[in-house]
Write a protein that binds this ligand. Structure first.
Ligand SMILES: [Zn+2]
Length: 215
């Protein structure tokens, strides 16, 4: 099911061709799909902040526009953006942050992580409002976009490392901490080392053997 959705979306002229030479840098295409119209100021800032989180790992995130031409990526991730992904509408979202997730990454029937994630802007907005109450007036837009970048970075780590595991790291934690509204997320050294591998052809081969071996 997940694969079918992915192939449908990816039929616009991309390929996964890995470069012939092993490299520790990789280019990842992150395709954002908005449920509602977004605000360019929020989206540009989110893209910039998330790209900055992954840059130390040699991962160049690219956020293609529909009008962009064909190009090759080492990996592709689709991120569905739910709710009101605009700073002004997010400020008006009602309700409290409940236990509902701020984002998630899809697994297939075998429990393998798919390159398909979701970010709930309304839930992020509720978390931002709670953070502003706790920490004082940080500025809703700053808090909202910073938390959204954290959530997206967390889901991209799942998708790119093909792991459902959580760890006690900035980008690997299953739940936000109160202080997370104050700082931009950072990858930890082990995540950086693992992400550097996705640009190497051997990464894809190893996963393909594992997933087709029937074990
Ligand atoms: Zn997670």
């Amino acid at each position: 099911m997940g694969i079918r959705i992915l192939l449908t979306i990816l039929s616009g002229g991309m390929s996964f061709a890995a470069p012939p030479v092993a490299t520790s840098r990789s280019t990842v295409g992150v395709f954002l799909r908005f449920e509602r119209p977004d605000s360019p100021s929020f989206t540009r800032r989110l893209e910039r902040d998330v790209a900055a989180i992954f840059r130390p790992a040699g991962v160049d995130l690219v956020f293609p526009r529909p009008q962009d031409g064909t190009r090759d990526y080492h990996r592709v991730v689709i991120v569905e953006m739910r709710g009101h992904c605009t700073s002004w509408r997010a400020a008006e979202v009602s309700g409290e942050a409940e236990a509902a997730p701020l984002g998630w990454t899809r697994l297939n029937a075998d429990g393998q992580v798919m390159p398909f994630a979701m970010l709930d802007c309304d839930q992020v907005a509720r978390a931002a409002r709670r953070a502003n109450r706790l920490h004082g007036p940080l500025g809703h837009f700053s808090t909202f976009s910073r938390l959204a970048a954290r959530v997206m970075a967390h889901e991209l780590v799942h998708a790119l490392l093909r792991t459902a595991e959580h760890r006690q790291t900035d980008c690997g934690r299953a739940q936000l901490r109160q202080a997370d509204a104050l700082d931009q997320a950072r990858l930890d050294p082990s995540e950086i080392a693992a992400l550097r591998e996705i640009g190497r052809p051997s990464f894809g081969v190893a996963v393909a053997e594992k997933t087709t071996g029937g074990q």
